[in-house]
Design a protein around this ligand. Structure first.
Ligand code: ADP
Ligand code: ASP
Ligand code: MG
Length: 436
């Protein structure tokens, strides 16, 4: 049995949904379907999820949701009409609007895109609709309740007709809706795959699988045939947005393969993500390159830092108190740098700096904004001499100034920090060095 997750672009238009239907009907094993909310139909379009967040913000500002809800209504009414479905979409949208206006929370609002999307597809396919709120559960502290969820998902195995489940959300013990982080329908699909014991988790999107780097930066990058769970996690965490980094956890224990496929080119085999890829031939030492902008570095200097017992702990305790997790921490004898995602420092940065000063009294503390991080990932890198040299020569020749270097202890990745303005240039240079 296969679990298939269809992303936002696949669910965006009547034409793409017809294509989804064709894919599902072409294989009787495709019985469990997880869907995203309708995504962008064209460049510059707004995803339904973003419209729902807007509707919730309208409610907060003006007391009730307004134009955003009407735009969503228009999208769904048009969609079901074009699909030729006899459904009273207005009734569903009224229900969502009332829920938002009753202050059900921004997670409730955001989740309604997948909810409606799943109802529409289940109607089209003649499959059962199962609400994610009934099977995907969170604990009181907001963490995912894997055991409870798994018991509930296993029950779905009794179904013979086929099921469509909305991605992205589940429910809290009090019944309120809670979402995963953005892109979380990938995680929902993985949870269902584990629960029903799928032979494979097919993740259908709008590209021919995992590319060795972001196709928005390098034109037509090479497609990966296989990728390991670990490599996937490194790459997606570092910005390869094709699959949510947490998608690995549910499928890892049972070693369920993930197959990234293109809804718009279903004959392409896509990329297989497997627990172990040691049996596959390696075409390059580097498996992939990913990156993201929007990072800040806090650099501390203090003479004799190395021998000052508890220095690192004290600095990190400040971050902990502010609820901030850090990304990297390269250190020297008398220096320590902490790389943090800009978003989490918003609004608290100056307080964090003051607190660090108070706690460890450094000789200097410097904050560098607009840092882009680039990860070069691959299992083969650990015992291959010269990999770092090739990266650095490529960056030097492209005129990119390196602001930070960090090598993960698994030796499976090298992280490089560059200025945001150099980000695209750096990715292109590293890509050429290893793949052209
Ligand atoms: P979906 O809505 O189907 O979940 P996403 O937009 O979340 O799709 O992910 C697919 C997109 O990820 C692609 O369209 C592409 O722009 C982007 N992407 C970023 N890095 C990569 C990569 N290394 N390989 C493939 N796609 C990538
Ligand atoms: N619709 C949600 C988002 O835009 C979840 C998803 O697409 O996976 O983030
Ligand atoms: Mg996605």
């Amino acid at each position: 049995m296969k679990v298939c997750k269809f992303g936002g672009t696949s669910m965006a238009t009547a034409k793409s949904i017809r294509q989804v239907e064709k894919i599902i009907r072409s294989d009787p094993e495709r019985k469990y379907v997880v869907v995203s909310a309708p995504g962008k139909r064209f460049k510059g379009d707004i995803k339904v999820t973003d419209l729902l967040y807007q509707a919730d913000a309208e409610k907060a500002h003006y007391g009730c949701a307004g134009p955003a809800i009407e735009e969503i209504r228009d999208r769904f009414v048009t969609l079901v009409a074009e699909l030729g479905l006899d459904m009273d979409m207005d009734r569903y949208i009224d229900e969502v609007e009332a829920g938002i206006n009753a202050s059900s929370g921004s997670d409730y609002a955001a989740s309604r895109g997948e909810y409606l999307s799943a109802i529409v597809l289940s109607e089209l396919l003649g499959f059962d609709f199962v609400d994610a709120a009934d099977i995907i559960k969170f604990k009181h502290d907001g963490s995912f309740d894997a055991d409870n969820t798994n018991d509930l998902v296993q029950e779905l195995k009794k179904n013979t007709k086929g099921i469509v489940i909305p991605g992205f959300y589940g429910s809290m013990p009090d019944g309120s809706i809670k979402t995963f982080s953005r892109g979380g329908s990938d995680v929902s699909g993985a949870i269902i795959a584990r629960g029903v014991g799928a032979a494979i988790y097919e993740n259908w999107t709008d590209v021919n699988g995992f590319m060795v780097t972001d196709p928005n930066v390098v034109q037509n990058p090479k497609q990966m045939e296989v990728l390991s769970y670990e490599e996937l996690r490194e790459l997606s965490y570092m910005g390869a947005s094709v699959l949510h980094p947490d998608s690995i956890f549910p499928v890892r224990e049972d070693g369920i393969p993930i197959n990234i496929r293109n809804t718009f080119e279903p004959e392409n085999k896509g990329t297989m993500i497997l627990p172990d890829i040691s049996g596959y031939p390696k075409s390059s030492i580097v498996t992939g390159i990913a990156g993201r902008k929007g990072n800040t570095t806090i650099s501390l200097k203090k003479a004799m830092m190395n021998s000052e017992l508890g220095f690192g702990r004290k600095v990190l305790s400040v971050l902990e108190r502010h609820g901030i997790s850090f990304e990297h921490m390269p250190t020297g004898i008398d220096t320590m740098s902490i790389v943090i995602t800009e978003k989490v420092l918003n609004g608290v940065e100056s307080q964090v700096i003051e607190d660090i000063k108070g706690k460890v009294n450094p000789d200097s503390i410097e904050v560098i904004h607009n840092l882009a991080l680039i990860a070069v990932v691959g299992h083969g890198m650990a015992n291959q001499m010269g990999t770092a040299a090739r990266i650095f020569v490529a960056l030097y020749q492209a005129g990119v100034n390196i602001r930070m270097i960090d090598q993960g202890s698994s030796e499976m990745n090298i992280i490089i920090g560059v200025e945001e303005k150099d980000y695209e240039k750096a990715i292109k240079a590293i890509y050429s060095a290893f793949f052209e």
